[in-house]
Design a protein around this ligand. Sequence first.
Ligand SMILES: Cc1cc2nc3c(=O)[nH]c(=O)nc-3n(C[C@H](O)[C@H](O)[C@H](O)COP(=O)(O)OP(=O)(O)OC[C@H]3O[C@@H](n4cnc5c(N)ncnc54)[C@H](O)[C@@H]3O)c2cc1C
Length: 265
Amino acid sequence: MYSVNYHRAASVADAAKLLKGGDAKLLSGGMTLIPAMKTRLASPSDLVDVSRLKELQGVKVSGKTVTIGAATTHYDVSTDEKLKKACPALAHMASLIGDPAVRYKGTIGGSIANNDPAADYPAALLALGATIVTNKREIVADKFFKGLFETALKEGEIITAITFIAPAKAAYQKFRNPASRYAIVGVFVTKGKDGVRAAVTGAGDDGVFRSKEIEAALAKKFDASSLDGLKVSADGLMSDIHASAEYRANLIAVMARRAVAAANA
Ligand SMILES: Cc1cc2nc3c(=O)[nH]c(=O)nc-3n(C[C@H](O)[C@H](O)[C@H](O)COP(=O)(O)OP(=O)(O)OC[C@H]3O[C@@H](n4cnc5c(N)ncnc54)[C@H](O)[C@@H]3O)c2cc1C
């Protein structure tokens, strides 16, 4: 490990100041950034730790509006009783991330800032039509996730919260890598007042995406049977040592059917 300056931010405003100058990076759960530093894929001059900021922690539910602080851990999302009532699908999704150590340290803000193409939260937030709140502006999920490990965040911009209206129905199903637990394919479906949304992670060669064909099929009737015979094209899907594009295409249809059945259960 090379030498790095560590700062524990006193507030979001303090973190924003500390990020100016040098090649500083925010540190939240450190589950992605620290391994990247160990292998020199990242080599920031300074780390600005926001993981202990109270203003970035916790789940709030007001009516149907859910707001989750950026530094809320996966464990806290998965066990929050208010969230389990308002949107059990998201709490369930968080419970499927990695292993207990990853869930205790990793955070929702760190996960979506990283935008790993196999991460779970990007699919959830896209399907929930969530809004990402930063210290500068609000960004809708449809415009936030730009591609592999790429987001709409600007240099020095800090995610402070994620907010969404809880849908009437939602569920997430993933076919996971047995070693890392990352999604080989994960599908999050929702049925809310603005209709049906279905987002796919783990499969797209440009990262998370909404499946227009699944959404169109479910718009007629939100039932797993609406997806019978659905053929997903392998075009634009990833092929790697874990699965071919064709295998992933088949998994998308299977996971989507299971997700809709779970949402209706
Ligand atoms: C063994 C293992 C298994 C895993 N399995 C899964 C899995 O099954 N599913 C899954 O989705 N993920 C999985 N992960 C990833 C995990 O969810 C991480 O917690 C997550 O990707 C990063 O969150 P973090 O809080 O640790 O972020 P960090 O590592 O601290 O930061 C990641 C990036 O986000 C930036 N950042 C952090 N906070 C903010 C903020 N508030 N605003 C702007 N930028 C910010 C950092 O500067 C950095 O670039 C796994 C990780 C490991 C190590």
